[in-house]
Design a protein around this ligand. Structure first.
Ligand code: NBY
Length: 828
């Protein structure tokens, strides 16, 4: 029961007050009572922790209020199931969402503390690989801001994405120790735990009503413990829950083993259990057949579904209304096992018959696909499945049997089609197709940009689209303007606020349309350029301090920051750079405007070609930057350890955004949106969301080049021969020969051969086919950049028209078209 006394903490001004005095008092208290430190001996981390706890207290009142209200109102709740959340630093974001950034700065000053330094102390939680994980984080921000009741479910990895160091030009992976100084944002819930079963066998039995049921006798049981982080919306009191599961052994000791003296074996079981949430797989493609990866997927899915069922039974009641209370979004196929797990719980644990259980399940899930690359479509060997998750495989077989019966009747035993649609791929090793499981178990399926959704319908999910055309939707991705403008680019945010007259644009980004009227205003142009220059200067100073590399903020900053992948074509960018290097050296008349080429991005540790591309970037950088004949004209920098924090420095500083994937390969891209929001102009192909960005900002404000997706298909069908292009383009040939010459490898002619040979023989991503168009487009860019009024105008118009690419809009579309959820405002 809540009495005046027990509810007192949520009204205590030192816990919830937003005034400067309240913040100061709370900080001092927290430093003493939580960190146990006097000011004069407090470390930077003590100070950060005290500040974080001060802010967390203010979230808690909002969060508990939200939870209580959602519970009482029985609000329909969205559950986002994602194996990854790339959140970025919490403190700054929460200060902004609470509206106390400036107050906190002043409070700090009066205490003799620099807020900037405190913010820099935070280690970002890197619980994701790239775009997919970051999208989940943007969506959590927009859900709370849009006041949609939501729970994000995922894994509390002890080690997130590795920290990238560059040694001798090569990527070196260092383990990410984000938890080593403690995590003030999470609240462990030792009482919210669920058992997760693995291995063993199943057996039939008769229940009390005499019905035949199945029991799974596991060989291993692991426990998931909830770790909760509040996610506050911007300018609202709504705070949602991010619930990440940590694995632990069911009992800290296997007493039997212990008593017989086998101490080592007892501890071994504990280690095995805890391994499950130990580390994020650093691949942005499935790591084939890794047992631990499948264990992780089932681990978080099982805990999450059990938690949803528990919540439902504790609040609403009967399971037949489960799908009215909850809708669950599958972020790619990584949580697709949720379909089979909900079936298992309904059938085996609650005794439902198949049909009602399937009806509930099928009305609960919706599925987002993030890739068309065939090698990235997730499948699991049956043999592994059967051993690890015997009961789930039985359920998947039954789902498949009923599904294929439906297909058989519909298409009159069209065997080829049945084989294509089956959840099981036949072949040397039979495999479970996770995308098919997700598709069959979901009422809605969506792609993440218009082109991607179209291709989904006509290629990888074609048969499904023919079967169920109404299930398919497009929801083009978006990114959070809080994270990627307000947090990242304070100066731009201030300028936008002064133009708009208020801060409403922060939650309705289309309000930036008002900038259009200033696109020709010379005075405004100066303000605009000043903001950009300051961001470039800040990046330059950070880079000098961090790496010793000096760059000139007056040059054009040309940035490509994203995971390193052949389809993203960082090497196309490099071919252009080597071409410039060569021409600048050989032609004294050739003097394009000075440029700084910046690259950032991690390669999957096992992706040799991506790692070689990083080496080549650094090798070219070494030669170009060390050559006094050219280093006043171009410079090349690989910015190590691209993550949310370094991204926040790069996006605001970019003049030019490189979005140069081969058409048809990048599902959406979200970096393209982040750069454009910060006034960078895009050089890009007609791929992913580039197409929609170009339509929105106007084709005259976008540098387009390259083959279209249809042309790519045509060229491939005609038999693409990259060596013909090499032989027909002397400049290109010189560039490739230069890379082969050893110039960038201290004379080693073989180092980069795997890369150049692949380009000449196969070139799967048609780098050579797009090379000439890319270089011509870059030449146009040089011209336009010299006309600074024109460039500035284009930059302003990009920002003015980028509003559609806010994740607030994306969430609104999901909410209205797919989830059917309504905002539930919380009052404090
Ligand atoms: O998702 C990215 C797409 O490449 C990008 O175009 C899109 O904008 C973004 C958001 O929709 N995909 C992505 O980031 N994928 C992964 O990071 C990823 C991670 C793990 C695995 C597969 C893909 N995995 O199988 O383990």
């Amino acid at each position: 029961m809540v009495t005046a006394e027990t509810s007192q903490p949520v009204t205590d001004p030192t816990r919830i007050g937003l005034t400067k005095e309240a913040l100061k008092q709370a900080f001092v208290d927290n430093l003493f009572y939580i960190q146990g430190r006097f000011r004069d001996v407090a470390t930077a981390n003590d100070i950060y922790m005290a500040a974080a706890f001060t802010v967390r207290d203010r979230l808690l009142a909002r969060w508990l209020k939200s939870a209580q209200h959602f519970k009482e109102s029985g609000a329909r709740t969205l559950c986002y199931l994602s194996a990854e959340y790339l959140l970025g630093p919490h403190l700054i974001n929460n200060l902004i969402n609470l509206g106390i950034l400036e107050t906190a700065r002043e409070a700090g000053e009066e205490l003799g503390l620099d807020l900037g330094e405190i913010l820099a102390t935070e280690e970002e939680p890197g619980l994701g690989n790239g775009g997919l994980g970051r999208l989940a984080a943007c969506f959590m921000d927009s859900l709370a801001t849009g006041q949609i009741p939501a729970i994000g479910y995922g894994i509390r990895y002890e080690f997130g994405i590795f920290d990238q160091a560059i040694e001798n030009g090569w990527q070196v992976e260092k383990s990410d120790t984000w938890l080593k100084n403690g995590n003030p944002w999470e609240i462990p819930r030792p009482k919210i735990t669920f058992p997760v079963r693995y291995f063993g066998h199943t057996e039939p039995y008769q229940d009390e009503q005499g019905r035949l049921r199945i029991r799974w006798i596991p060989g291993l049981v692991v426990e998931g413990v909830a770790h909760d982080t509040p996610i506050l919306g911007y300018g609202v009191a709504n705070a949602n829950l991010l619930r990440l599961w940590k694995a632990q052994a069911t009992e800290s000791f296997d007493f039997q083993a212990f008593s017989t003296g086998d101490y080592y074996r007892a501890v071994q079981a504990k280690i095995e259990a805890e391994t499950i949430s130990k580390v994020l797989y650093p691949n942005d493609e499935p790591a084939v057949g890794k047992e631990l990866r499948l264990k992780q997927q089932y681990f978080f899915v099982s805990c999450s579904i059990q938690d949803m069922v528990r919540l439902h039974l504790a609040t609403v009641g009967p399971l037949d209304t489960f799908a009215d209370k909850f809708v669950a979004q599958l972020n790619d196929t990584h949580p697709a096992l949720a379909v089979a797990e909900l079936m298992r719980i309904l059938l085996d644990e609650h005794g439902l018959a198949w049909e009602p259980a399937w009806d509930i399940t099928h009305r609960t899930f919706a599925f987002t696909n993030h890739t068309l690359l065939p090698e990235a479509l997730e499948t699991w060997p049956i043999e592994l499945f059967e051993r690890l998750l015997p009961r789930l495989l039985e359920i998947i077989y039954e789902i498949n049997r009923r599904f294929l019966d439906e297909v058989r009747v519909r298409y009159l035993a069209d065997e080829a089609r049945i084989a294509r649609l089956s959840l099981i791929a036949e072949g040397e090793t039979r495999r479970v197709r996770m995308a098919h499981l997700a598709a069959v178990g979901s009422f809605a399926i969506n792609g993440v940009a218009a082109l991607h959704t179209d291709l989904l319908k006509t290629t990888v999910m074609r048969d499904f689209h023919e079967l169920w055309p109404d299930r398919f939707h497009n929801v083009t991705n978006g990114v959070s303007p809080r994270r990627f403008i307000v947090v990242s680019n304070r100066r731009l945010a201030r300028l936008l606020t002064s133009v708009c007259g208020n801060e409403d644009w922060m939650r309705d980004l289309t309000a930036l349309r008002r900038l259009e009227s200033l696109a020709e205003d010379q005075g405004f142009h100066e303000d605009w350029r000043r903001v950009k220059l300051a961001a470039k200067d800040q990046l330059a100073r950070w880079l000098a301090a961090k790496t010793g590399v000096r760059i000139d903020p007056q040059t054009l900053f040309d940035v490509q920051a994203k995971r390193i992948h052949e389809y993203k074509r960082q090497h196309l960018n490099l071919l252009h750079i080597v071409g410039l290097y060569q021409r600048i050296k050989q032609d004294a008349q050739f003097r394009p405007p000075p440029r700084t080429f910046l690259f950032g991005g991690k390669a999957a540790p096992s992706y040799a070609m991506a790692k070689l591309i990083i080496k080549l970037i650094n090798a070219v950088a070494e030669v170009v930057n060390g050559d006094p004949q050219v280093n006043g004209h171009i410079r090349v920098v690989f910015v190590p350890d691209f993550n949310v924090t370094t991204g926040q420095l790069l996006y605001p500083a970019a003049d030019l955004s490189e979005q140069i994937s081969l058409a048809g390969k990048e599902a959406s891209g979200t970096g393209n949106m982040k750069f454009a929001m910060n006034g960078a102009l895009t050089i890009g192909t007609l791929d992913g969301a580039n197409i929609e960005i170009r339509d929105a900002v106007g084709p005259e404000n976008f540098f387009l080049f390259g083959l279209t997706e249809a042309e790519v298909r045509q060229r491939q069908a005609d038999g693409y021969r990259p060596s013909d292009i090499y032989h027909g383009d002397p400049e290109l040939a010189t560039i490739i020969d230069l890379i082969d010459s050893g110039l960038f490898a201290h004379g080693d002619k073989t180092l980069f051969r795997p890369l150049t040979e692949n380009l000449l023989r196969h070139d799967p991503f048609m780098v050579l086919a797009d090379f000439r168009a890319y270089v011509s487009c870059q030449t146009l860019i040089d011209e336009v950049f010299q006309d600074s009024a024109r460039w500035t105008r284009m930059s302003i118009l990009n920002v003015a028209r980028i509003g559609h690419f806010s994740s607030d809009r994306a969430i609104r579309e999901y909410g209205e078209r797919i989830w059917k959820v309504e905002p539930v405002p919380i009052q404090v």
